[in-house]
Design a protein around this ligand. Structure first.
Ligand code: ASP
Length: 457
């Protein structure tokens, strides 16, 4: 039967199940050799297919997460289980966690050295103990007690030696393939899991975000399921996985905007990536590193794998015109207020720090345009030779406009209190966000005084 026009207009129904996996964020896939690309792609496809088979057969999200992560752990192409990286003492210490979004039951293991599949051990912690996290020797003993497959350290080491070489070759020593899986099953239940060898050359005993619920893994049926990969310390500091769920729960954000805010605005570039699925089956994969192995599939026939995503999976920059996110507003307010503090400490060099160090910088004031960082600095120093001349600067009444994902316009009012002649006026700043940790820089500054006849700033 042909659908009626009304039915054809209806939005696509949500998928009844959806699955997303990752095989780690970090290195630049452009630098991988073909053999490595093929191994990763094949590994992702195999694991994703197994997940699809399980979900279409009606398996639960928590069973599917464990099953898929076990496959990735057994695959030496990824930094988990067999392919785990080593501590600086040459030992594999594995971390993993799993969470059931229906019940909030969760379990994690940290620093285990003998268990073949840390994700299954994490699940046993969840189901067979009253605890959430077991670490080190106690966790290894618990694995033996539970009768889980135990392996000799050489199971990890021989692979690791090969892997170490690969890291040296492409210069990507820290992140080469933690694994994660998030699932919405056809009963509407979410689950998430993550498993890793951690960061290579880590200190013995170092624990990352992957076994920490709320940092590397989180799932709650009212919002989403999340698994992260990247510099674990940053994921712990920012409670990344929980923060995404909290943005949805308390601030009414969509999954995509919650992920975009933390991945693109809050975490420094180069930190890592996340995969997430919402309770309605929305899928989000984003990274702020050059690459992230990942894949997604759902009950409507979606099936895809990637070694990186265009623009790190962030929404189209063109759609970013308009309101600036709270994070960006806060970041730029801090930057501008720090300038005022530096000015009031008499330090013009520090005040100039957020300006773009380029001949392309433009500074427009009193009808004159000064070009270039050096000329702008010289102009300030000439106009304000003494701290008395500098007076006390305040900035107020900021208005923000996002021009795209990496450009902002800020309007505001400046006031210079000086005993002799207080002055003030308006300013318009254009800032761009530069990659490689440089952050926001002022590329254009237009300043005007209330009284154009008086001295401009
Ligand atoms: N997040 C992991 C850790 O810090 C590493 C990674 O994802 O590459 O242990």
């Amino acid at each position: 039967m042909d659908p009626s026009p009304a039915a054809a207009d209806q939005p696509k129904p949500s998928p009844s199940w959806a699955i997303v996996i990752h095989g780690g964020a970090g290195g630049d896939p452009a630098k991988y050799d073909n053999a490595r690309i093929e191994k990763k792609k094949l590994g992702l496809k195999r694991a994703l297919q197994a997940g699809c088979d399980a979900l279409s057969a009606g398996e639960s999200s928590i069973d599917t997460v464990e099953k898929v992560i076990r496959i990735l752990e057994d695959d030496a192409a990824f930094n988990a289980g067999r392919g785990a990286v080593l501590t600086d003492e040459g030992r594999a210490e594995l971390d993993a966690s799993i969470m059931n979004g229906r019940t909030l039951a969760c379990g994690g293991v940290a620093g285990v050295t003998r268990v073949k599949n840390p994700i299954s051990l994490a699940r046993r912690v969840m189901t067979e103990t009253r605890h959430v996290l077991l670490a080190g020797e106690g966790a290894d003993e618990f694995a033996e007690e539970q009768g889980l497959p135990i392996v000799d350290p050489s199971y990890f080491l021989s692979q690791a030696a090969r892997r170490k070489k690969a890291e040296e070759n492409d210069g990507n020593a820290s992140q080469i393939g933690t694994v994660g899986c998030v699932v919405l099953d056809s009963a509407g239940n979410l689950a998430a899991g993550t498993s890793t060898g951690g960061t290579s050359k880590k200190l013995p005993g170092r624990v990352g975000d992957s076994p920490i619920i709320g940092a590397g893994t989180y799932a709650s049926n009212d919002t989403c399921a999340v698994s992260g990969t990247g510099t674990g310390e940053e994921y712990i500091r920012h409670s990344v996985a929980y923060d995404i769920a909290a943005q949805m729960r308390y601030a009414g954000q969509t999954l995509e905007s919650a992920v975009t805010e933390i991945m693109q605005d809050r975490l420094e570039p180069g930190v890592g990536g996340v995969i997430a699925v919402s309770s309605s089956g929305a899928i989000v994969m984003q990274h702020n590193t050059p690459g992230m192995s990942c894949g997604a599939a759902d009950s409507q026939g979606r099936f895809e794998t990637h070694l990186f995503l265009e623009a790190g999976g962030a929404p189209d920059p063109g759609s970013g015109v308009g309101n600036a996110s709270a994070t960006v507003r806060a970041e730029l307010t801090r930057l501008i207020q720090q300038q005022a503090r530096d000015w009031n400490a008499g330090d013009i060099d520090a005040f100039m720090k957020p300006y773009w160090k380029s001949d392309e910088l433009t500074f427009s004031s009193g009808g004159n345009v000064t070009r270039g960082f050096d000329a702008t600095l010289a102009r300030y120093k000439q106009r304000y030779p003494t701290t008395d001349a500098m007076g006390k600067l305040t900035f107020n009444d900021f208005e923000f406009l996002s021009l795209d994902n990496s450009a902002m316009q800020v309007l505001g009012v400046w006031q210079l209190d000086r005993r002799a002649d207080p002055i003030g006026g308006r300013f318009t700043l254009i800032l761009r966000r530069f990659p490689e940790g440089e952050g926001w820089k002022i590329v254009h500054d237009h300043t005007s005084a209330w009284d154009q006849d008086s001295e401009d700033q």
